[in-house]
Write a protein that binds this ligand. Structure first.
Ligand code: MN
Ligand code: MN
Ligand code: MN
Length: 288
Protein backbone atom coordinates (compact mmCIF):
# COMPACT_ATOMS: atom_id res chain seq x y z
CA UNK A 1 0.00 0.00 0.00
CA UNK A 2 2.29 2.80 -1.12
CA UNK A 3 1.05 6.23 -1.92
CA UNK A 4 3.36 8.21 -4.17
CA UNK A 5 1.24 11.33 -3.68
CA UNK A 6 2.20 11.40 0.00
CA UNK A 7 5.75 10.14 0.00
CA UNK A 8 7.35 10.69 -3.39
CA UNK A 9 9.54 7.97 -4.84
CA UNK A 10 10.66 6.00 -1.86
CA UNK A 11 12.69 2.90 -1.20
CA UNK A 12 13.18 3.20 2.54
CA UNK A 13 10.27 2.72 4.88
CA UNK A 14 9.61 3.02 8.57
CA UNK A 15 6.77 2.01 10.90
CA UNK A 16 6.20 4.44 13.76
CA UNK A 17 3.37 2.74 15.66
CA UNK A 18 3.71 -0.80 17.10
CA UNK A 19 2.85 -2.71 20.27
CA UNK A 20 4.56 -5.53 22.16
CA UNK A 21 3.75 -7.75 25.15
CA UNK A 22 4.82 -4.79 27.32
CA UNK A 23 1.22 -3.64 26.69
CA UNK A 24 -1.42 -5.46 24.62
CA UNK A 25 0.68 -6.83 21.76
CA UNK A 26 1.17 -10.55 21.15
CA UNK A 27 4.95 -10.43 20.45
CA UNK A 28 7.79 -9.69 22.83
CA UNK A 29 9.83 -6.54 22.13
CA UNK A 30 12.64 -8.63 20.62
CA UNK A 31 10.13 -10.47 18.41
CA UNK A 32 8.80 -7.11 17.15
CA UNK A 33 12.41 -6.13 16.35
CA UNK A 34 12.90 -9.38 14.43
CA UNK A 35 9.67 -8.78 12.51
CA UNK A 36 10.72 -5.20 11.65
CA UNK A 37 14.07 -6.48 10.42
CA UNK A 38 12.34 -9.18 8.34
CA UNK A 39 10.03 -6.50 6.89
CA UNK A 40 13.17 -4.59 5.76
CA UNK A 41 12.25 -1.46 7.66
CA UNK A 42 15.14 0.92 8.38
CA UNK A 43 13.54 2.07 11.63
CA UNK A 44 10.47 1.44 13.75
CA UNK A 45 8.95 2.95 16.87
CA UNK A 46 7.78 0.80 19.76
CA UNK A 47 4.75 2.65 21.15
CA UNK A 48 3.21 0.51 23.87
CA UNK A 49 0.15 1.78 25.72
CA UNK A 50 1.15 3.70 28.86
CA UNK A 51 4.48 1.95 29.36
CA UNK A 52 8.09 2.28 28.23
CA UNK A 53 9.10 -1.12 29.67
CA UNK A 54 9.64 -2.68 26.24
CA UNK A 55 12.14 -0.06 25.05
CA UNK A 56 15.35 -1.39 26.63
CA UNK A 57 14.84 -4.99 25.44
CA UNK A 58 13.89 -3.73 21.97
CA UNK A 59 17.00 -1.58 21.68
CA UNK A 60 19.20 -4.41 22.93
CA UNK A 61 17.72 -6.76 20.33
CA UNK A 62 18.11 -4.22 17.51
CA UNK A 63 21.70 -3.22 18.30
CA UNK A 64 23.34 -5.95 16.22
CA UNK A 65 20.91 -5.65 13.29
CA UNK A 66 21.56 -2.07 12.21
CA UNK A 67 17.91 -1.35 12.80
CA UNK A 68 16.98 1.92 14.47
CA UNK A 69 14.45 1.74 17.32
CA UNK A 70 12.60 4.96 18.09
CA UNK A 71 11.61 5.09 21.73
CA UNK A 72 7.90 5.73 21.92
CA UNK A 73 4.74 5.39 23.95
CA UNK A 74 1.01 5.67 23.24
CA UNK A 75 -0.75 7.68 25.93
CA UNK A 76 -4.52 7.72 26.47
CA UNK A 77 -5.68 11.23 27.34
CA UNK A 78 -9.25 11.64 28.54
CA UNK A 79 -11.54 14.66 28.47
CA UNK A 80 -15.13 13.96 29.43
CA UNK A 81 -16.32 11.06 27.25
CA UNK A 82 -13.59 11.56 24.71
CA UNK A 83 -10.44 9.44 24.81
CA UNK A 84 -7.61 10.70 22.63
CA UNK A 85 -4.47 8.70 21.91
CA UNK A 86 -1.24 10.67 21.78
CA UNK A 87 1.97 9.07 20.55
CA UNK A 88 5.19 10.19 22.19
CA UNK A 89 8.07 9.59 19.78
CA UNK A 90 11.86 10.06 20.13
CA UNK A 91 11.77 9.90 23.92
CA UNK A 92 15.20 10.32 25.48
CA UNK A 93 14.68 11.06 29.18
CA UNK A 94 12.44 8.38 30.58
CA UNK A 95 12.63 8.78 34.36
CA UNK A 96 9.77 11.20 35.03
CA UNK A 97 7.56 9.63 32.37
CA UNK A 98 8.21 6.17 33.81
CA UNK A 99 7.20 7.34 37.28
CA UNK A 100 4.00 8.97 36.06
CA UNK A 101 3.10 5.88 34.02
CA UNK A 102 3.74 3.63 37.02
CA UNK A 103 1.20 5.74 38.88
CA UNK A 104 -1.30 5.32 36.05
CA UNK A 105 -0.70 1.56 35.98
CA UNK A 106 -1.58 1.36 39.66
CA UNK A 107 -4.82 3.13 38.76
CA UNK A 108 -5.43 0.67 35.90
CA UNK A 109 -5.00 -2.22 38.33
CA UNK A 110 -7.42 -0.51 40.66
CA UNK A 111 -9.91 -0.07 37.84
CA UNK A 112 -9.66 -3.72 36.76
CA UNK A 113 -10.27 -4.73 40.37
CA UNK A 114 -13.36 -2.51 40.52
CA UNK A 115 -14.68 -3.98 37.25
CA UNK A 116 -14.27 -7.51 38.65
CA UNK A 117 -16.04 -6.50 41.88
CA UNK A 118 -18.88 -5.07 39.85
CA UNK A 119 -19.16 -8.27 37.78
CA UNK A 120 -19.21 -10.34 40.97
CA UNK A 121 -22.01 -8.15 42.31
CA UNK A 122 -23.89 -8.85 39.07
CA UNK A 123 -23.56 -12.59 39.77
CA UNK A 124 -20.70 -13.21 37.35
CA UNK A 125 -18.06 -15.12 39.35
CA UNK A 126 -15.04 -14.05 37.29
CA UNK A 127 -11.75 -14.18 39.21
CA UNK A 128 -9.29 -11.29 39.36
CA UNK A 129 -6.44 -13.84 39.12
CA UNK A 130 -7.74 -14.90 35.72
CA UNK A 131 -7.72 -11.27 34.53
CA UNK A 132 -4.15 -10.83 35.81
CA UNK A 133 -3.10 -13.98 33.99
CA UNK A 134 -4.48 -12.62 30.71
CA UNK A 135 -2.63 -9.32 31.25
CA UNK A 136 0.58 -11.34 31.68
CA UNK A 137 2.36 -8.53 33.51
CA UNK A 138 1.46 -5.89 30.87
CA UNK A 139 -0.77 -2.81 31.19
CA UNK A 140 -4.01 -4.35 32.43
CA UNK A 141 -7.29 -3.26 30.84
CA UNK A 142 -10.80 -4.22 29.76
CA UNK A 143 -9.60 -6.59 26.98
CA UNK A 144 -8.06 -8.80 29.66
CA UNK A 145 -11.33 -8.85 31.63
CA UNK A 146 -13.12 -9.70 28.39
CA UNK A 147 -10.77 -12.63 27.75
CA UNK A 148 -11.37 -13.93 31.28
CA UNK A 149 -15.15 -13.65 30.73
CA UNK A 150 -14.96 -15.57 27.45
CA UNK A 151 -12.67 -18.21 28.95
CA UNK A 152 -15.09 -18.83 31.84
CA UNK A 153 -18.02 -19.04 29.43
CA UNK A 154 -19.78 -15.85 30.62
CA UNK A 155 -19.64 -14.37 27.14
CA UNK A 156 -19.55 -16.08 23.76
CA UNK A 157 -16.86 -13.82 22.42
CA UNK A 158 -14.90 -10.64 23.03
CA UNK A 159 -17.52 -8.44 21.38
CA UNK A 160 -20.34 -9.86 23.51
CA UNK A 161 -18.28 -9.28 26.68
CA UNK A 162 -18.11 -5.57 25.82
CA UNK A 163 -21.72 -5.31 24.65
CA UNK A 164 -23.15 -6.99 27.74
CA UNK A 165 -20.78 -5.92 30.52
CA UNK A 166 -17.70 -3.83 29.80
CA UNK A 167 -18.54 -1.20 27.19
CA UNK A 168 -19.22 2.46 28.00
CA UNK A 169 -22.45 2.71 30.00
CA UNK A 170 -22.76 -1.10 30.44
CA UNK A 171 -23.33 -2.60 33.94
CA UNK A 172 -19.66 -3.31 34.71
CA UNK A 173 -18.25 -0.17 33.11
CA UNK A 174 -15.81 1.76 35.28
CA UNK A 175 -14.42 5.02 33.91
CA UNK A 176 -10.68 5.25 33.41
CA UNK A 177 -8.55 7.45 35.57
CA UNK A 178 -7.42 10.41 33.59
CA UNK A 179 -4.40 11.92 31.98
CA UNK A 180 -5.34 15.24 30.38
CA UNK A 181 -4.21 16.16 26.87
CA UNK A 182 -2.13 19.03 28.22
CA UNK A 183 -0.40 16.75 30.70
CA UNK A 184 0.21 14.03 28.09
CA UNK A 185 1.83 16.51 25.69
CA UNK A 186 3.88 18.16 28.46
CA UNK A 187 5.10 14.79 29.77
CA UNK A 188 6.25 13.81 26.28
CA UNK A 189 8.07 17.12 25.83
CA UNK A 190 9.81 16.80 29.19
CA UNK A 191 10.89 13.30 28.12
CA UNK A 192 12.61 14.91 25.11
CA UNK A 193 10.05 13.63 22.61
CA UNK A 194 7.48 14.95 20.17
CA UNK A 195 3.72 14.55 20.64
CA UNK A 196 1.78 13.12 17.69
CA UNK A 197 -1.99 12.78 17.48
CA UNK A 198 -2.66 9.06 16.88
CA UNK A 199 -5.10 7.85 14.20
CA UNK A 200 -7.24 11.03 14.04
CA UNK A 201 -9.06 9.71 10.95
CA UNK A 202 -12.39 11.40 10.51
CA UNK A 203 -12.82 11.93 14.26
CA UNK A 204 -10.56 14.98 14.49
CA UNK A 205 -11.65 18.14 12.77
CA UNK A 206 -9.43 20.91 11.50
CA UNK A 207 -10.51 23.04 14.49
CA UNK A 208 -9.55 20.34 16.97
CA UNK A 209 -6.13 19.74 15.45
CA UNK A 210 -5.54 23.50 15.31
CA UNK A 211 -6.44 23.74 19.01
CA UNK A 212 -4.12 20.85 19.87
CA UNK A 213 -1.29 22.47 17.91
CA UNK A 214 -1.75 25.54 20.13
CA UNK A 215 -1.16 23.47 23.27
CA UNK A 216 2.02 21.95 21.86
CA UNK A 217 1.06 19.10 19.55
CA UNK A 218 3.98 18.46 17.17
CA UNK A 219 2.51 16.12 14.62
CA UNK A 220 -0.33 14.03 13.27
CA UNK A 221 -0.50 10.38 12.29
CA UNK A 222 -1.33 10.66 8.59
CA UNK A 223 -0.95 7.00 7.63
CA UNK A 224 -2.82 4.44 9.75
CA UNK A 225 -4.81 1.31 8.81
CA UNK A 226 -8.05 2.95 10.00
CA UNK A 227 -7.66 5.90 7.60
CA UNK A 228 -9.04 6.15 4.10
CA UNK A 229 -6.75 7.67 1.48
CA UNK A 230 -9.00 10.69 1.61
CA UNK A 231 -8.41 11.02 5.39
CA UNK A 232 -4.67 10.68 4.79
CA UNK A 233 -4.62 13.33 2.07
CA UNK A 234 -6.58 15.80 4.21
CA UNK A 235 -4.34 15.19 7.24
CA UNK A 236 -1.25 15.53 5.06
CA UNK A 237 -2.46 18.91 3.80
CA UNK A 238 -3.44 20.06 7.29
CA UNK A 239 -0.03 19.06 8.69
CA UNK A 240 1.63 21.19 6.03
CA UNK A 241 -0.66 24.11 6.71
CA UNK A 242 -0.19 24.03 10.50
CA UNK A 243 3.55 23.28 10.46
CA UNK A 244 3.12 19.85 12.05
CA UNK A 245 5.29 16.82 11.31
CA UNK A 246 3.74 13.75 9.70
CA UNK A 247 3.84 10.26 11.13
CA UNK A 248 2.42 6.88 10.33
CA UNK A 249 2.44 3.23 11.22
CA UNK A 250 0.59 -0.05 11.20
CA UNK A 251 -0.46 -0.03 14.90
CA UNK A 252 0.66 -3.66 14.73
CA UNK A 253 -0.29 -5.76 17.75
CA UNK A 254 1.58 -8.86 16.58
CA UNK A 255 -1.27 -10.55 14.75
CA UNK A 256 -0.65 -12.80 11.81
CA UNK A 257 -4.21 -12.88 10.52
CA UNK A 258 -3.28 -10.55 7.68
CA UNK A 259 -5.49 -7.56 8.46
CA UNK A 260 -2.60 -5.56 9.90
CA UNK A 261 1.01 -6.32 9.08
CA UNK A 262 4.15 -4.60 10.25
CA UNK A 263 5.32 -2.05 7.69
CA UNK A 264 2.06 -2.20 5.72
CA UNK A 265 1.59 1.58 5.68
CA UNK A 266 4.84 2.15 3.71
CA UNK A 267 5.66 5.25 5.72
CA UNK A 268 8.43 7.16 3.90
CA UNK A 269 11.72 7.54 5.78
CA UNK A 270 11.62 11.27 4.90
CA UNK A 271 8.90 11.71 7.54
CA UNK A 272 11.27 10.28 10.14
CA UNK A 273 14.00 12.70 9.01
CA UNK A 274 11.54 15.60 9.39
CA UNK A 275 10.74 14.37 12.92
CA UNK A 276 14.46 14.18 13.74
CA UNK A 277 14.81 17.81 12.67
CA UNK A 278 11.88 18.83 14.88
CA UNK A 279 13.39 16.99 17.87
CA UNK A 280 16.78 18.63 17.26
CA UNK A 281 15.18 22.10 17.01
CA UNK A 282 13.28 21.61 20.29
CA UNK A 283 16.46 20.41 21.97
CA UNK A 284 18.47 23.45 20.85
CA UNK A 285 15.66 25.74 22.09
CA UNK A 286 15.88 24.10 25.51
CA UNK A 287 19.64 24.50 25.64
CA UNK A 288 19.54 28.16 24.52
MN1 MN B 1 -3.90 -1.61 21.68
MN1 MN C 1 -4.62 3.95 19.68
MN1 MN D 1 -1.80 1.74 19.09
Amino acid sequence: MSNPALGGTQHEFVDLHTHSTASDGARSPSEVVAAAHAAKLIAFALTDHDTVAGLDPARAAAASLGLRVICGVELSAVEGDLETHILGLHLSELTELEQRLAGLRDMRLNRAQRIVERLNTLGIPVQFDAVLRHAAGGAIGRPHVARALVEAGHAGDFKEAFERFLGNGKPAFVAKDKLSLEEAIALIHRAGGIAVLAHPGQSASRDRITALARIGLDGVEVLHPSHSWDDARKLDALAGELGLVRSGGSDWHGGTDGTRTLGMMRVPSQWLHDQDARVAAARSRRVA
